[in-house]
Design a protein around this ligand. Structure first.
Ligand code: ADP
Ligand code: NG1
Length: 502
């Protein structure tokens, strides 16, 4: 395999000699009677603030986790992909290469995607990027892939995107293709939509653009990431609600996506911004009008006064027929819906997008009004304890407001998540659900010196007292985390482009 060096490509580093890789290599040997040619590692993420706004075009503020998906890959001459998982609960599958483009990603009997569909999504995306026709598909290298992951699945920490992204990256690297981080992040955001959900690209963006020690302010159109320094005296704690929801198994997620689309379209039509049937996002409407967030909130109240809109009402406002509405704005799993909540969803989006800007500005200045702390949290100026505590509190309040909005306006919380948030409040800690919701995790902003006390409190009051879980077992559901780096290719060939230790 030849090496290509390009600015901003996914780092290629030496394989670390750690226990996890040794175990993975041993299982790979048992499965395929050889050593892997290389590994890829893609992290999960926790979104600090900016929920359900990426698909409306608004910036978000996530950071990568230590938890990740690793795929050990062997390159072969056979025109076949062999997909395995170290966890035996996940079935193995072999697919001939020429079938991949045509494969229909059917779900299982419960409506949940088969786990390997996420791997196939990634490979489908890679094939599209490589523009491989059926005639030359057999010239590609085959792959033996062994997946191992420790991101809690279906929990809002982006296990699915890490899996899709790791599969896409493995396939492209095995074909000797080189992409920049932003190219592959966009590619993976598109190809994960084959699973059926219309995500906005936050997860794949942070998977590739993450940096150690700072969260990232991610913008879309164009995709970019800029580091955000978080308060040094604060820690982020992630706690699992013990409720899980696979996003693709229900239409809850896509329903929110299309409600935002309809809200944006109605505001744009009534404000005479657009009259065609093209999809427009809530952020595009704001940009065209040149309005502030507060002005957009006023327009939402003006044009979307009702609690509930029927399909007929939406069609009448947009001057389209029902079939036109379905084909232009709805997804296969939302076509049958007859009622939509538009004001509530649009209000959440505009107010949440404003919270992201406020959060970032506070992190930039180090305080709410910037007095004395012009260098942000990485700056050299001395901050006094009360100032930092106050700043953590102001940032935390934005997170609490985000949770309230997700609970009331977006209706994507879960009683266990609300319980965790309420218990946190009893400790004066602000928190919010993170990721898509309907279960999954909360993220809390906690003064560093109170972190252990807070974790112990959640273990006792939520996991032990409420969920009847053994204290030792409970410890794996709640952890403090710091920003980690993004995707890496691990190889012992001479192709490394980065000396950094993994
Ligand atoms: P998330 O919020 O974690 O991205 P999703 O509901 O989008 O959750 O996707 C979760 C699905 O991803 C799981 O049901 C499973 O099919 C797949 N998945 C995640 N991690 C793994 C893993 N380590 N091995 C196999 N499949 C995985
Ligand atoms: P998670 O929590 O990983 O399922 C989903 C979407 C994101 C974003 C968040 C909500 C995908 C792959 N991910 O993330 O794009 O919309 O929900 O903020 O669809």
């Amino acid at each position: 395999m030849s090496c290509k060096f390009k600015v901003d490509i996914v780092p290629i580093v030496r394989i670390p000699n750690d226990e996890r890789i040794q175990r993975l290599s041993a299982v790979f040997g048992e499965q395929f009677q050889r050593n892997p040619s290389f590994y890829v590692r893609v992290p999960g993420r926790v979104n600090i603030i900016g929920e359900h706004i990426d698909y409306c075009g608004y910036p978000v503020l996530p950071m990568a986790l230590e938890q990740d998906i690793i795929i050990a890959t062997g390159i072969t001459d056979a025109a076949e992909i062999n997909i395995r998982n170290v966890d035996s609960k996940y079935d193995e599958v072999n697919i001939e290469m020429y079938k991949i483009n045509e494969i229909e990603l059917e779900p299982d009997a419960t409506g949940k995607p088969f786990w390997y569909n996420y791997v196939i999504c990634g490979i489908k995306g890679a094939l599209e990027y490589l523009k491989v026709s059926s005639n030359n598909i057999l010239e590609l290298n085959g792959l033996q892939m062994l997946v191992e992951g420790n991101i809690p699945p279906a929990s809002g920490l982006s296990s699915s995107s890490a899996l899709v992204s790791a599969a896409c990256l493995s396939f492209l690297y095995a074909q000797n293709a080189t992409l920049t981080k932003t190219e592959i992040a966009s590619l993976c955001a598109n190809c994960e939509r084959y699973i059926g959900t219309q995500g906005g690209g936050m997860d794949q963006a942070i998977a590739f653009l993450a940096e150690k020690y700072s969260a990232q302010y991610i913008t879309f159109n164009p995709l970019s990431a800029s580091p955000v320094s978080l308060p040094e005296d604060a820690s982020f704690v992630v706690a699992h609600s013990l409720a899980e929801l696979n996003k693709a198994a229900t239409n809850d997620f896509n329903r929110r996506v299309i409600e935002c689309r309809l809200a944006a379209k109605i505001i744009s039509v009534l404000e005479s911004v657009s009259q065609d049937k093209k999809i427009i996002t809530l952020s595009e409407v704001q940009n065209i009008l040149g309005n502030s967030f507060d002005e957009m909130v006023s327009l939402v109240y003006k044009y979307l006064p009702k609690d509930l809109y029927t399909k007929e009402e939406v069609c009448s406002i947009l001057n389209v027929t029902e079939p036109e509405m379905e084909s232009s704005y709805l997804t296969p799993n939302t076509k049958h819906l007859t009622e939509f909540k538009l004001r509530q969803r649009a209000l959440h989006v505009y107010e949440e997008a404003k919270r992201v800007e406020d959060f970032r500005n506070i992190c930039k200045s180090g305080t709410m009004n910037g007095n004395g702390h012009t260098n942000g949290f990485n700056g050299s100026c001395q901050k006094n304890y009360d100032d930092t505590k106050e700043t953590i509190n102001i940032l935390g309040q934005l997170m609490s407001d985000s949770h309230e909005s997700l609970r009331k306006l977006y209706e994507c919380s879960h009683s266990n998540l609300d319980r965790l948030v309420d218990l946190s409040k009893q400790m004066n800690i602000h928190s919010r659900l993170t990721g898509a919701g309907w279960g999954g995790c909360i993220v809390a902003l906690c003064p560093k010196n109170e972190t252990q006390k807070y974790i112990d409190y959640l273990i006792e009051h939520f996991y032990v007292n409420f969920c009847n879980i053994d204290k030792t077992k409970a410890k794996k559901y709640v952890f403090a985390t710091t920003p980690n780096f993004g995707a890496r290719i691990l190889t012992d060939s001479n192709c490394t482009n980065n000396e950094e230790e993994v």
